[in-house]
Unconditional design. Structure first.
Length: 271
């Protein structure tokens, strides 16, 4: 013990106090860092950073999205810096951010209204657009990503309509092709002298119709809404006419179907 005291005396009390204070300051600094507290310098730097962010929001020069602006404002509030100037800037930035959200909502509502009216028009299809044209208009509305449940429902209805149109068009094209192929086959069989085959093909073709006496009209000419027809006939008479003439001179123009999908009326047009 005497030896330790002697060493302390030789070291000097003044030097001992200085070393102790330095050690305490170092420990205090490390403790401050580890506890997450800011030094004055760091706090001042952060205050200036948030002031700059708030000024950019207020002046409209910020590159942040509205959501990012809102987070920056919340972060600044939660720091509790107690800086009067920053607090004032925060209030102004909040007002600017709120107004920007309101304007965003107003613009979105306008777009929703326009899209709603457009979709109802497309569903009615007063302009008689094709399935491809309807799809093009639908995709333009989809690309806006309006995030509105009513618009999403109308888009789904329009998509169903487009699919139905394509199915119907495919069915019509198939039936049209089948009819014209039947007409040509009857003519070919008759031309080759195979009357029994021609008669068999006539019976087969009649299966597309509700009855042998389904009316058939042949369009001679058409200019706009003015249409001239040849003398009316029936499908049975027309098919036998093809057999007798050994030639199919007309294409299918239009037809009507019953609920079972059989033809009740047929319009032809000269090739």
């Amino acid at each position: 013990m005497t030896t330790i005291v002697s060493r302390l005396k030789s070291f000097g009390w003044q030097q001992f106090v200085i070393v102790t204070l330095v050690a305490l300051v170092a420990v205090s600094f490390d403790s401050c860092k580890s506890s997450g507290k800011l030094t004055r310098k760091e706090k001042k730097a952060q205050i200036e950073m948030y002031k700059q962010k708030m000024r950019e929001i207020i002046n409209g020069t910020t590159k942040m999205t509205l959501e990012e602006q809102e987070r920056a404002i919340s972060d600044a509030i939660n720091k509790h810096f107690g800086d009067n100037e920053l607090n004032e800037l925060i209030l102004q930035a909040q007002q600017i951010n709120k107004a920007a959200y309101a304007e965003q909502d107003r613009i979105r509502e306008e777009k929703v209204a326009v899209a709603r009216n457009k979709l109802y028009d497309l569903l009615v299809n007063k302009q008689n657009l094709s399935a491809d044209e309807l799809e093009e208009e639908m995709n333009k509305i989809k690309a806006q990503n309006l995030g509105n449940s009513e618009i999403d429902e109308l888009l789904a209805r329009l998509e169903t309509k487009i699919n139905d149109m394509r199915k119907s068009a495919s069915l019509e094209m198939t039936l049209k092709t089948k009819l014209e192929s039947s007409f040509q086959s009857i003519a070919d069989a008759s031309r080759s002298g195979n009357t029994s085959m021609a008669n068999s093909l006539i019976e087969s073709a009649l299966n597309y119709f509700t009855a042998p006496d389904v009316p058939v009209l042949i369009i001679i000419s058409r200019e706009g809404s003015i249409v001239d027809y040849d003398k009316p006939t029936t499908i049975n008479s027309y098919l036998n006419f093809i057999k007798d003439q050994k030639e199919s001179r007309n294409n299918v123009d239009s037809y009507r179907l019953d609920t079972a999908g059989k033809i009740t009326e047929l319009d032809l047009i000269k090739k």
